[in-house]
Design a protein around this ligand. Structure first.
Ligand SMILES: Nc1ncnc2c1ncn2[C@@H]1O[C@H](COP(=O)(O)OP(=O)(O)OP(=O)(O)O)[C@@H](O)[C@H]1O
Ligand SMILES: [Mg+2]
Length: 230
C-alpha cells in the first residue's frame, strides 16, 4: 500500500508517524520505501542517524512535486510492499503530487477543537484530489492526545463532522516518539513496552487490515506481485 502522511499544518507528527509506521512494517518483514517529500529532510536526517547507530532502516528516497509521474514513484515503488510518504506542511504542489499516487492519505490532527478547525485547509486539499481520484482513501488520525480529557473526547465528535473518516487508533502525547527518532529507530523497536509502541502496532495493524479488506490496485505490468500481497 502507498500511505501519505499529509496535511497543511506543521508540527502535528507527520514525520514521526511516517518513520514509526515504516519501521514497524520493516520489522514485520515488509519491503518498505520511505519517501521524504519534505525539503526540511527530517526523514533523511533520521536515516543518517539510523545508519550511524547501526539500526535497520527502510529504503529512503527524496521526492517532490513530480512524484506522481509514471516514471517517478509508480516506477520506483516496484519491488516494495509498502510506500510511506512524509509530506511537508503547506507545500500544496508536493501534497497534491502525493495525493495523486497514494492509496490512503492520513491527516494527523491534534486533540483539541482548535486543531480540528485548523484541518479545514487540509480537507479542502484532499477533497480537491478526490475529485480527480475517487479511489483515494482519506483518514484523520488523532495524535498527541493527552489523557482522557474532555477536550480529547470532543475532538473526535468535532472531527467526525468534517465528513472524513477517523482511524480507530488514537496516538497519545508520548516522549518515547521523540526519543526513538533521536536514537535512529522507530518507537516499536526503541521502547516496545511503551504505550507509544502499542499505539503504533495498533495503527499498523489497522492499516494492514484496511489493505486486506479493500485491496490496492495492482499495476497490470506486475502480475507476479499479486501473490506477494499480505
Ligand atoms: N505523539 C507524539 N507525542 C509527543 N510528541 C510528539 C508526538 N508526535 C510528534 N511529536 C513531536 O512533535 C514535534 C513535531 O513532530 P513531527 O516533526 O513529526 O511533525 P511534522 O508534522 O512532521 O512537522 P512538520 O510539519 O514541521 O514537518 C517533534 O518534536 C516530535 O518529537
Ligand atoms: Mg515533518
Amino acid at each position: 500500500m502507498i500511505v501519505a502522511l499529509t496535511g497543511q499544518k506543521g508540527g502535528v507528527g507527520k514525520s514521526t508517524l511516517a518513520i514509526c509506521i515504516a519501521a514497524e512494517l520493516l520489522a514485520r518483514r515488509h519491503k518498505v520505501l520511505l519517501v521524504d517529500a519534505d525539503p526540511q529532510g527530517t526523514i533523511r536526517t533520521w536515516g543518517e542517524v539510523a545508519v550511524d547507530a547501526g539500526q535497520p532502516l527502510p529504503s529512503i528516497v527524496a521526492m517532490g512535486s513530480t512524484m506522481h509521474r509514471a516514471d517517478q514513484l509508480p516506477t520506483v515503488r516496484l519491488g516494495y510492499d509498502d510506500v510511506i510518504i512524509d509530506c511537508p506542511p503547506r507545500h500544496g504542489e508536493i501534497q497534491r503530487s502525493a495525493l495523486m499516487v497514494a492509496d490512503m492519505a492520513i491527516l494527523p490532527c491534534g486533540p483539541s477543537s482548535a486543531d480540528a478547525w485548523a484541518l479545514g485547509a487540509s480537507i479542502d486539499l484532499v477533497n480537491e484530489a478526490r475529485t480527480l481520484r475517487s479511489d483515494l482513501e482519506v483518514r484523520i488520525l488523532i495524535t498527541r492526545k493527552q489523557g482522557r480529557t474532555a477536550l480529547g473526547r470532543s475532538a473526535r465528535e468535532e472531527l467526525e463532522k468534517s465528513g472524513i473518516e477517523l482511524l480507530k487508533t488514537e496516538v497519545g502525547y508520548r516522549v518515547a516518539f521523540a526519543e526513538a527518532l533521536g536514537a535512529g529507530q522507530g518507537v516499536t523497536a526503541y521502547a516496545p513496552k511503551d504505550a507509544a509502541a502499542d499505539e503504533t502496532r495498533a495503527l499498523v495493524s489497522e492499516l494492514l487490515l484496511w489493505e486486506k479488506n479493500h485491496g490496492t490496485q495492482e499495476a497490470p505490468a506486475q502480475p507476479a506481485k499479486a501473490g506477494r500481497r499480505r
